[in-house]
Design a protein. Structure first.
Ligand SMILES: *[C@@H]1O[C@H](CO)[C@@H](O)[C@H](O)[C@H]1NC(C)=O
Ligand SMILES: *[C@@H]1O[C@H](CO)[C@@H](O)[C@H](O)[C@H]1NC(C)=O
Ligand SMILES: *[C@@H]1O[C@H](CO)[C@@H](O)[C@H](O)[C@H]1NC(C)=O
Length: 937
């Protein structure tokens, strides 16, 4: 930021720290009592509005309206964190060409804010294709993830990102190792890089990199040519927690000016970053591009729900219990579209990985963000990363100066929220599930009684019916020369499986630390119990080993038997025969305890009638106890030893410390190393140092968009437009811009093929070819699911009305354009537009628009028009075959009504959904890109 400080409307708020070396805007100097009452997330928006107040995009009244908390709009200007920014970067490169042609220095075109491009994502689509040999082209796009156990260990940068970032709303199935617990998909932010890398995986990677070479070349050029662009090369990792820390600044320091970091990203899981005290959320591609071009993000000032955490966490509850518990509360609270901000003394008990997991679950409960203001826990966490002590000190003193630092246990700092949800953390008690079905939950503290009940009651879904006298049966047997005995409730199988839990290392570490303390206290697991340890990946073994707990697992008999669930449950070694005989002889209800829930319904073993799912540490605990008929509160864990479970259970602090020391640190170190080293393939890629991108006209991946070839403004009115498409309700981006694989017959491949001989295998997917404007344009509306009423059946077709011929939508658009006929689209409710750039489509008339897409349309210079309430194409008896004329006056104003006239003599009213003057100016210039280019000129 280069300020003309004397002319800035808020120059009186400038303050300094570090002996005047660092400047910042201090809203405290507004001397406005309302500031101290604002939620911290809103304080971030306020600072941003103050800093970027330029009288055009952001005005002084915006600052005032944030202070009053009125429902006016906030306009944070955010740096952006992008997952796949190819279209935006291609546009910027094209803009360089455009301004250079007009005699302006192309080097002036740069993103206006720090931009991180993470290349990995682009490789994702191909990954599963290679993981499963000869699998068909995965139509599900990026989320067609292979089951985790098939993942080659190298590219999982992509596979794991889909593992960690998948949600039920994403296309494709959730990956196999992420499980639904209580119908809550577990989203794990924790991305861990496996240690070993099988050779085949390396080969796959090389192949993928070769296929994506053109894009990589382009990215590499971007990293050299543009200021403010940081490219994360392939094979370093996707946006997940560890990378978030790498990419996060918490505060931005530009020269001697400091301000809070904020982020928009092209991924709905951008919300994860709020766990680190950085305000951020996902937006559409065009909107991210707008931010990169210096426009603020506008949003209706959200209501902020304070989520107050009180009480102390049940010692036996794991992070996953807590995270799912909080998510469940939030889901029930109905907080759609609001900000959630955490406060209250309980927040300190959540580690940063816990916080990011909760923040990552935002799409689950529909909050825009779940914000965790920075506190001492956040700072401590960053000490394990690449933040130097000096930087952390600066960060802390700045955040304290502007009151963006929280001491959660000081309630005098609590802001005023529009609504408060209180969650008592002690209400989140640990459960196990069983004994017959995974959906039957038993509170651990009731386990003893519950098991007793299952013996007493007549045979049912949760019971076995054993008569009172038979309940006393105890059968002695000999194993390895020792006398043992079995009874109802005896544990004979105990399997620690990390597939459900490997995303949050704290859970496996809790189990490991419990094993360590148990061994140190002299506790043992009876040798006839089939114990096993199946870490979800090599990385789990790696951190169990670096944290020093692995030998203790082994001492208790939990030895690593392999990776993945199939191995651990299907292939456990058989029980000792003597034990099996004893079970049969006494007709005993013997138990298996395991920490996964796959294969639950298939029995572990014929002779095991009761199966319980439990967290990994509880599996260890029940193995030591040797029975499920135990109340850990009241009984010693192991016969003959005066040791209670609470004596050997590791504290949360202990677990968090181990996690910080042995997991975060080592993963971060590895990541930084890889970041520095780069990837051999990436390092080898040659690219030019030129200010203008050397477009390769043969490239089928990266092409200069034709966007800037026409720089004129839109004519004011739309006359005699034809209907290109006549659509119903709920048309989604999936219909409009399919990201899946390119089919062999749809138009784009012929384009690809025309440029060289590409085999279908090389078609790749639309997602991977986003850098090719021609492919994306032709891919628009190329969905087999598209239902166009002009045609009457599903498919990517339309009727060219003047000729009456049915043809590809793209072909029709081209033909209309040649003839100079403007186009409109008719649609129903919730129209969610895609990238219908340069099709000659001037307007979309719909019953309602998806919020983000309204803006995207304007960004493309297309006017979103809404039918009057209660009216639609049917009620107006439109056939789609008439021609439409819409008079747009010179002086547009927000939410203006217009009259639409048809060639059939009908006329009806619509509202143009311009929210403010910026929308109008942008529209008048024919879209955002042209507007920005012209501003530069
Ligand atoms: C939380 O719940 C526990 C157990 O029900 C109770 O003892 C405690 O007082 C509660 N804490 C608060 C702050 O309400
Ligand atoms: C979240 O929003 C979606 C779509 O608006 C809706 O279907 C879903 O029920 C909402 N979920 C919750 C928990 O409010
Ligand atoms: C569109 O979606 C809404 C809400 O999800 C649903 O109620 C409606 O039936 C859908 N309409 C059509 C035509 O599918």
């Amino acid at each position: 930021y280069t300020f003309n400080f004397t002319e800035h409307p808020y120059c009186h708020l400038i303050d300094t720290i570090k002996d005047c070396a660092i400047k910042f805007f201090n809203p405290e100097k507004l001397n406005d009592a309302r500031y101290d009452k604002l939620p911290l997330s809103i304080r971030v928006l306020l600072e941003s509005a103050i800093r970027t107040c330029d009288g055009f995009y952001t005005k002084e009244e915006d600052v005032q309206s944030i202070l009053t908390g009125s429902s006016s709009r906030a306009k944070p200007r955010c740096p952006s964190l992008q997952r796949d920014g190819i279209p935006a970067m291609v546009d910027l490169a094209a803009m360089r060409d455009a301004v250079a042609k007009l005699g302006v220095d192309p080097c002036l075109v740069n993103p206006k804010c720090p931009t991180d491009l993470i290349v990995d994502h682009s490789l994702q689509i191909d990954f599963s294709k290679c993981a499963i040999q000869n699998a068909p082209n995965p139509g599900g796009g990026q989320f067609a993830a292979a089951p985790a156990r098939l993942s080659p260990l190298k590219l999982p940068t992509s596979a794991q990102s889909s593992l960690s970032l998948d949600t039920p709303s994403s296309p494709g199935r959730p990956p196999a190792s992420v499980q639904q617990i209580e119908n809550t998909p577990l989203l794990c932010p924790f991305h861990l890089k496996p240690v070993s890398e099988p050779e085949t995986a390396l080969k796959n990677q090389e192949m993928e990199l070769n296929r994506n070479k053109e894009r990589l070349q382009f990215f590499k050029w971007c990293s050299k040519a543009f200021k403010n662009v940081n490219v994360v090369p392939p094979d370093v990792g996707a946006v997940h927690q560890v990378n978030l820390e790498y990419l996060s600044r918490v505060v931005q320091l530009s020269d001697d000016f400091i301000y809070p970091d904020s982020v928009v990203g092209t991924d709905s899981h951008t919300t994860m970053i709020n766990g680190l005290g950085i305000l951020g959320w996902g937006v559409g591609g065009i909107e991210t591009e707008a931010v990169m071009l210096g426009q603020p993000v506008s949003l209706t000032l959200p209501r902020v729900v304070g989520c107050k955490l009180v009480g102390s966490i049940n010692p036996l509850a794991t992070s996953i219990d807590i995270v799912l518990g909080i998510t469940k509360h939030l889901r029930q609270a109905g907080i759609e579209g609001k900000f959630v901000e955490f406060f209250g003394p309980g927040v300190c008990q959540l580690s940063v990985p816990d916080r990011t997991t909760i923040a990552n679950m935002c799409p689950e409960y529909n909050a825009t963000v779940s914000f965790f203001p920075v506190d001492h826990v956040t700072i401590k966490h960053f000490t394990k990363t690449n933040f130097t002590p000096e930087k952390l000190e600066l960060l802390e003193s700045y955040l304290k100066a502007v009151k963006l630092f929280r001491a959660y246990d000081d309630s005098s700092q609590d802001p005023e929220y529009s609504e408060v949800i209180e969650i008592n953390l002690s209400s989140m008690v640990p459960y196990v599930s069983g004994p017959k079905r995974p959906q039957d939950r038993v509170v651990v503290s009731n386990m003893k009684e519950d098991f007793q009940r299952s013996l007493d009651e007549k045979v049912g879904l949760r019971s076995f019916h054993i008569s009172k006298e038979k309940q006393q049966t105890r059968v002695p047997f000999t194993h390895c020369g020792q006398e043992y005995s079995l009874c109802h409730g005896s544990v004979v199988i105990a399997a620690v499986i990390s597939c459900t839990n490997n995303c949050n290392p704290s859970v496996m570490l809790t189990a490991g630390l419990l094993a360590k303390k148990a061994v140190e206290a002299g506790l043992v697991v009876k040798p006839y119990i089939r114990t096993s340890l199946a870490p979800g990946s090599g990385m789990v073994t790696h951190y169990l080993s670096t944290s020093g707990v692995l030998p203790y697992f082994n001492q208790l008999g939990f030895e690593v038997i392999g990776y993945g669930c199939a191995t651990c449950v299907g292939n456990t070694a058989p029980l000792p025969e003597a034990a099996v005989d004893a079970i049969k002889q006494g007709d005993l209800v013997a138990c298996g305890v395991l920490s996964g829930n796959r294969h639950f319904e298939g029995r572990l073993c014929d002779c095991v009638r009761a199966n319980y799912l439990a967290s990994p540490p509880l599996v260890v605990a029940y193995a030591i106890a040797g029975t499920v008929g135990i109340d850990f509160e009241k009984s010693v864990t192991s016969e003959g030893k005066e040791v209670y479970l609470r004596d050997v259970w590791p504290s949360r602090e202990e677990v968090q410390q181990t996690e910080e020391d042995s997991v975060i640190t080592s993963v971060f170190k590895e990541l930084s190393g890889r970041m520095k080293k780069g990837n051999a393939f990436w390092n080898q890629i040659e690219c030019s140092d030129s200010a203008l991108f050397p477009w390769d006209h043969k490239s089928t991946y990266i092409r200069s968009p034709s966007f800037f070839s026409k720089m004129m403004s839109q004519p004011p009115s739309i006359e005699d437009a034809h209907v290109l498409l006549f659509l119903g309700d709920n048309v989604t981006t999936d219909h409009i811009s399919p990201a899946g694989s390119i089919s062999r017959t749809s138009a784009p491949p012929s384009i690809c093929r025309a440029n060289g001989q590409l085999t279908p295998r090389d078609f790749n997917s639309y997602g991977a070819r986003r850098g090719n404007d021609a492919v994306m344009t032709r891919g628009t509306f190329a969905s087999m699911k598209l239902h166009n009423r002009l045609v009457g059946k599903n498919g990517p077709k339309t009727v060219h009305i003047p000729s009456g011929q049915t043809m590809d939508v793209f072909e029709a658009a081209e033909r209309y354009q040649r003839d100079g006929v403007p186009l409109i689209i008719l649609a129903g409710k919730d129209y969610g537009s895609g990238n219908s750039r340069d099709w000659g489509v001037r307007a979309v008339i719909a019953e309602s628009f998806e919020k983000l897409h309204r803006r995207q349309l304007l960004g493309m210079g297309i006017v979103p028009l809404q039918f009057e309430s209660g009216e639609n194409a049917e009620s107006l008896e439109l056939s789609g075959k008439e021609r439409f004329t819409i008079e747009l006056p010179e002086d547009l104003c927000p939410n203006q009504p217009f009259t639409v006239k048809t060639s059939q003599g009908k006329s009806f009213h619509v509202t143009a959904l311009f929210e403010d003057e910026t929308d109008i100016i942008c529209f008048k210039h024919g879209g955002l890109l042209r507007f920005v280019a012209r501003t530069l000129l």
